[in-house]
Design a protein around this ligand. Structure first.
Ligand code: GLU
Length: 303
């Protein structure tokens, strides 16, 4: 497969599409992102790299980090994690409050905000220095020591995080948040503010294409956990558009309101795309189009 040719064809394809959608503005600091940025990076399990555009520019990964947080929490608490968060698609927006009430404070899945806040609470209970330890974990996955949180973005989100605080308070009332809400939320906003490039993302998600191992051969999680996390990405990775992403792209993946999308073809590759304009469901408009074209042209499918 000539992946470089493929990504160039997909880029030519999306260049012909009218770029609609808006950069996320509910976190004011994020709205400063240039809407026309574009990057892609593909890493194969045989350690070949293919890229185009701004693949090494850092951007705010936002919800994509939730996959790495879940991975860490599963290593710590194993299957006990599922006593506090479910593994079902929500069919609701990422910040929806409504489901939590009739499901008694147990979020639908770890990738909507409520679920990720519970995961942060679990990590907060176990890690000595949550911010530092989590960053160290991600540095190891992406094999890059020069990554960091963006304190300005975290602060900006905290200032406007009314809904996320509502979710946390609601869950606390059901006993599903164990730590101090402000401390957990500061940790949540901080990890969402993590900045990675498409290259870093492809590196840090290659373990899900490689049965739980880094390309160095170092095992991070078991093969079974890797399969299971892929299953959750497949069913819950794109807010209330997970079905559409499965239908059109057909790969496990995760998006974030920073405009990034990571997708994984188990056994073959991880691919990260960044284009900040979001569709009305909060997914990167051109990122989705690019990946749809990519899996169509490549013809390789997990189904
Ligand atoms: N930090 C963002 C929030 O809580 C993440 C949203 C996202 O990327 O889906 O609203």
């Amino acid at each position: 497969m000539n992946y470089q040719e493929l990504i160039e064809s997909c880029y030519a394809f999306i260049k012909g599409i009218e770029p609609v959608g808006k950069v996320a503005s509910y976190i004011p600091e994020l709205s400063k992102t240039d809407p026309n940025m574009f990057g892609v990076h593909l890493l194969t399990t045989s350690n070949e790299n293919f890229y185009l555009g701004y693949n090494e520019i850092d951007f705010s990964v936002q919800s994509i980090v939730k996959v790495l947080a879940l991975t860490y929490a599963l290593e710590i608490e194993q299957e006990n994690v599922w006593k506090r968060v479910n593994m079902e698609p929500s069919g609701n927006p990422f910040n929806s409050v409504v489901q939590l009430e009739y499901e008694c404070g147990v979020p639908r899945n770890p990738f909507i905000n409520a679920g990720a806040i519970v995961i942060c609470d679990i990590l907060y209970s176990h890690l000595n220095n949550p911010a530092k330890d989590f960053l160290k974990f991600v540095k190891k996955l992406c094999q890059n020591n020069n990554i960091s949180y963006n304190a300005k973005i975290a602060k900006s989100e905290k200032k406007h995080g009314y809904r996320n605080y509502a979710l946390a308070n609601f869950m606390k009332s059901f006993g599903n948040i164990k730590n101090d809400i402000d401390e957990v939320m500061d940790f949540y906003f901080l990890i969402c503010s993590l900045e990675l490039s498409c290259k870093d993302l492809a590196n840090s998600f290659i373990l899900f294409a490689n049965s739980g191992k880094l390309l160095s051969g170092e095992r991070i999680i078991s093969k079974s956990k890797s399969k299971r996390i892929n299953a959750i990405m497949q069913t819950c990775g794109f807010y209330d558009e997970a079905g559409l992403f499965s239908y059109r792209v057909g790969l496990p993946g995760k998006s974030g309101v920073g405009g990034g999308i990571i997708a994984v073809h188990p056994g073959l590759y991880s691919i990260a795309v960044w284009s900040p304009r979001l569709n009305d469901k909060g997914n990167s408009y051109l990122g989705l189009k690019f990946l749809e074209e990519f899996t169509t042209l490549s013809g390789a499918s997990i189904f």
